[in-house]
Ligand binder design. Structure first.
Ligand code: NAD
Ligand code: AHE
Ligand code: ZN
Length: 370
């Protein structure tokens, strides 16, 4: 057992508490990682709110981290002590039906136990005062030390700054990947992006990489427009400034609708608007936002009958172990400007401030340093 400073979510809706937890050694196929830094994603706040059907407490949240391998369990073959890694909430085992399908990044090798807050053997490596603390999304990066299956770690070059490339563990990769891998936006296409947090802004980068002709950035918080513009958005829409439904506004702006839209908020009404602002006959809408328990999407089936397509994207369709090193390289060359996303940094003791800043709409990404 080792001691680790961690921010524990003891109960839904309560601030995290910084305590010293016990971390058991990595078992067969597992790796102990020292987390150097972790971004705070809206999904952490979503689960903490109690809205996540898979939310389980007490747990150590966090899934956007960067760290260094501290120890490896028996049978670990591709990672060694000292390797730099990014934890993956979407594992990549390379042998399951999903990994070998060539159709999805949704590896299922550890997904069932991950969703129950435990390691593949059904137990937790974390405990506090002798009682188990659950893992979260297979990552638990709000802890100085965490344990993950080897298949849930992408090895990255040692010269990549972990306090920046940690953002590739979720938000930035998700937004870019949704545009390039899931929607496969092509040169000249028109794009609407709903929600300009870490995910939506990264989707703007993806649309810029794809050479979209118009990138319409939509948010109810106009403070987000400046960064959206810096990243390549060409038009800006605040739904609060319009009386008519936002899908009608976008359809009018684009002679019948956009080629591609992305919902990056997690609001089911907005998901409908994002679909319905797509062009008849070919427009495609990708849901990235995560909606709470019991929420459902709806639209007239006629929207689909007349050629619009509704799809979703998890981790941008990216296979983490294979593809994340390429994203890290793009960050290293400046093609993915991670600095633009990091609006705040703080020590673990101030992690609750990161949630406050997010809820107040003041941050894009807060990065917690250990
Ligand atoms: P964020 O809080 O940083 O940003 C959300 C943005 O949406 C804010 O700028 C906010 O002002 C804006 N917004 C809120 N209501 C709006 C409305 N009605 N119309 C327009 N804009 C509105 O969040 P984030 O970290 O960027 O995450 C966004 C969503 O993506 C969350 O639901 C998160 O859980 C989800 N997510 C999904 C994946 C995935 O793999 N599918 C990965 C990461 C995050
Ligand atoms: N646990 C929730 C769903 C949460 C969800 O949709 N998670 C996204 C990643 S959000 C990252 O910030 C995802 O990739 N899901 C795919 C998966 O396998 O979890 C629920 O509704 O139960
Ligand atoms: Zn996330």
């Amino acid at each position: 057992m080792i001691k680790s400073r961690a921010a524990v979510a003891f109960e839904a809706g309560k601030p995290l508490e910084i305590v010293e937890v016990d971390v058991a050694p990595p078992q067969r196929g597992e790796v102990l990682v020292r987390i150097v830094a972790s971004g705070v994603c809206h999904t952490d706040a979503f689960t903490l709110s109690g809205e996540d059907p898979e939310g389980i407490f007490p747990a150590i949240l966090g899934h956007e981290g960067g760290g260094i391998v501290e120890a490896v369990g028996e049978g670990v073959t591709e990672l060694a002590v000292g390797d730099h890694v990014i934890p993956l909430y979407t594992a990549e085992c390379r042998v399951c039906k999903f990994c070998t399908s060539g159709k999805t990044n949704l590896c299922q090798s550890v997904r069932a136990t991950q969703g129950k807050g435990v390691m593949p053997d059904g137990t937790s490596r974390f405990s506090y005062q002798g009682k188990p603390i659950y893992h979260y999304m297979g990552c638990s990066t709000f802890s100085e030390y965490t344990v993950l299956p080897e298949v849930s770690l992408a090895k990255i070059p040692k010269d990549a700054p972990l306090e920046k490339v940690c953002l590739l563990g979720c938000g930035v990769t998700t937004g870019i990947g949704a545009v390039l891998n899931t929607a496969k936006v092509e040169e000249g296409a028109t794009v609407a992006i709903f929600g300009l947090g870490g995910i939506g802004l990264a989707a703007i980068i993806g649309a810029t990489m794809a050479k979209a002709s118009r990138i319409i950035a939509i948010d109810i918080n106009p403070d987000k427009f400046a960064i959206a513009k810096e990243l390549g958005a060409t038009e800006f829409v605040n739904p609060k400034e319009h009386d008519k439904p936002i899908q009608e506004v976008i359809v009018e702006m684009t002679d019948g609708g956009v080629d591609y839209s992305f919902e990056c908020v997690g609001n089911v009404q907005l998901m409908r608007a994002a679909l319905e602002c797509c062009h008849k006959g070919w427009g495609e809408s990708t849901i990235i936002g995560v909606a709470g328990a019991g929420q459902e999407i709806s639209t007239r089936p006629f929207q689909l009958v007349t050629g619009r397509v509704w799809r979703g994207s998890a981790f941008g369709g990216v296979k983490g172990r294979t593809e994340l090193p390429g994203y890290v390289e793009k960050a290293q060359t400046g093609e993915i400007p991670l600095d633009t996303f990091i609006t705040h940094t703080m020590g673990l003791e101030d992690i609750n401030k990161a949630f406050e800043l997010m809820h107040e709409g003041k941050s894009i990404r807060s990065v917690v340093h250990f």
